[in-house]
Write a protein that binds this ligand. Structure first.
Ligand code: ADE
Length: 231
């Protein structure tokens, strides 16, 4: 998969793309991430990319010219999945990570300033938000998306199946986990996990997942019940 990120701050991505699972996925050529500083495409004298809003008001607006020129410089941009990051977008969730993990080419625009010139929006296929809060720019949102998408691409996480039990993948939060020691400050690991009966362990884990989801995320629990009843 190829991911092109349009940003004014490519350096923000350095550590993120070089370490851990992401670093490995890039090294193994499962994903290729290209950072494009769209300031370089500005035609203004001082490489300006923003300007004051028509009609007046506070803040600066990101202009369309440099974004457009940067976008059309990307090989195959017409066919790519073009995502504009904004708190006004559709909320990014696990199912979107799965869907995007099947794409060959994604382009992500990280915004800054008060907002986008409205004509930038027309250049993109969808608008995405990572939650109901406002960040100083789209870079962290882009990293969140790239991370969530990459880890569900087959072959990225060593045990191919391990993300299938993730929280959210079946509208359930994950069950509790334990590792050694068997007892810590009077707190014992549940007996059922120690007896090697895989059928009982599976049942216990599912029940704990359901219990936890009901307690913490009733919205997800309702989705889970609907799915179980094929509604
Ligand atoms: N840019 C600023 N805030 C954002 C958010 N919540 N999601 C995506 N992009 C953003």
């Amino acid at each position: 998969m190829r991911i092109d990120i349009l940003t004014l701050f490519p350096k923000i991505f350095e550590g993120f793309l070089n370490e851990s699972i992401l670093g490995r996925a890039i090294k193994n050529e499962i994903i290729k991430v290209n950072l494009i500083d769209f300031r370089e495409f500005s035609k203004s004298k001082h490489k300006k990319v923003d300007d004051s809003p028509y009609g007046g008001g506070a803040g600066m607006v990101l202009g369309v010219q440099s974004v457009y020129d940067a976008l059309i410089s990307i090989d195959g941009y017409e066919k790519a999945n073009k995502i504009l990051l904004t708190p006004q977008g559709k909320k990014f969730e696990q199912n979107m990570a799965y869907k995007l993990s099947n794409k060959d080419h994604i382009i992500i625009l990280c915004g800054h300033y008060e907002g986008y010139d409205e004509r930038i929006r027309d250049l993109f296929d969808c608008e995405t938000s990572i939650g109901d809060f406002v960040l100083t720019g789209g870079e962290i949102a882009a990293m969140v998306m790239v991370d969530a998408i990459t880890r569900v691409i087959p072959g990225v996480i060593s045990k191919d199946e391990s993300h299938l039990n993730d929280s959210f993948s079946q509208n359930l939060l994950e069950h509790p986990h334990y590792t050694r020691p068997a007892e810590f400050m009077d707190k014992k690991v549940p007996e059922v996990l120690m007896n090697g009966n895989h059928k009982l362990i599976k049942e216990w884990r599912l029940n704990e997942s359901i219990k936890r989801t009901k307690e913490r995320r009733n919205d997800l629990y309702i989705k889970y019940l609907k799915e179980q009843n094929n509604e």
